[in-house]
Design a protein around this ligand. Structure first.
Ligand code: F6P
Ligand code: MN
Length: 280
């Protein structure tokens, strides 16, 4: 696992350089979810693949930017699914972006997840790694230094509601409004990594990306977005659901499968489950 942690750190430092210097022209390609790939997305994907190909314990990788999973080392133990540059369309407006990694033992699947990690590229570069606990690291002078363990409070103050409101179910809108009515404040940049990072570091709240009329299975991808953050939130003392089931109990059929998702502290997720249970 240390070798994987090192490879993620090396990738993060190289990706930060790529974000700083690379012109983000559009490529002619789309990824498997139909999003236009930026040259920067492809560059970041290549950086991670290159670093992971040097780590013999990594068996297979799956990436948001690759159609299929690829085997790196047949004798390796770990399967890693990653989103090389989450929120990449926010680079041109100079908002924070991130990389997300789900580390699985011998096969992909929430029940096989042994660690998860994300990196935020903002005014500072920070990395959150969860294995038994969720820990924050800060990039300083070319090295990641441990800062602190992250623990969510029982209840937070931030509300990050994703998806197009026009396409929300009425009960979902009522749920989002009920948090505002309790005094929660809106915090939503449109980047999953910084939005979830903010909630984690400010002690709690709720991030939602529900099923909508235009995206009935949600938008965010199970293997490299949903499961890693569910794992990270749970290890930080929070919770994660699709409205009806804990996210970490879901299976997957294809590498790019999506799921509606809610991540937060215990209080908010309990409320989500109550509202969704009444609307099954
Ligand atoms: O990777 C998908 C993503 O860019 C996430 O980073 C983000 O949370 C979400 O899409 C934003 O989607 P929307 O603009 O529909 O709220
Ligand atoms: Mn993404």
């Amino acid at each position: 696992m240390n070798d994987i942690f090192d490879a993620i750190q090396k990738s993060a430092i190289r990706i930060k350089d790529a974000i700083d210097v690379k012109d983000i022209g559009y490529s002619q390609k789309e990824n498997s979810s139909g999003e236009t790939q930026l040259e920067l997305d492809i560059k970041c994907d290549m950086i991670i693949e290159e670093e992971f190909s040097r780590v013999s314990c990594i068996n297979t990788i799956a990436s948001e930017e690759k159609e299929h999973a690829e085997t790196l080392h047949e004798d390796g133990r770990y399967f890693i699914a990653y989103d090389p540059l989450d929120g990449s369309s926010l680079v041109d407006v100079n908002l924070s972006v991130g990389s997300i990694f789900g580390i699985y033992d011998r096969a992909f699947g929430a029940d096989k997840m042994v660690a998860a990690c994300y990196v935020v590229y903002g005014p500072r570069v920070e990395m959150v790694f969860a294995q038994n606990k969720t820990k924050l690291h800060l990039l300083q002078a070319g090295e990641f230094e441990f800062v602190k363990e992250i623990c969510l409070k029982e209840k937070g103050k931030l509300n990050a509601p994703g998806g197009t409101q026009q396409n929300w179910e009425p009960y979902h809108k009522a749920l989002v409004d009920s948090f505002f009515a309790e005094g929660y404040r809106l915090r939503y940049s449109g980047g999953m990594v910084p939005d979830l990072h903010q909630i984690l570091l400010k002690g709690g709240g709720i991030f939602s990306y529900p099923a909508t009329s235009d995206k009935p299975h949600g938008k965010l991808r199970r293997l490299f977005e949903v499961f890693p953050f569910a794992f990270i939130y749970e290890k930080a003392g929070g919770d994660a659901t699709n409205g009806h089931k804990d996210l970490m109990t879901l299976d997957y059929a294809h590498v790019h499968d999506t799921s509606p998702c809610f991540f937060g502290s215990k209080y908010e997720i309990k409320k989500v489950k109550e509202v969704y249970a009444q609307n099954e």
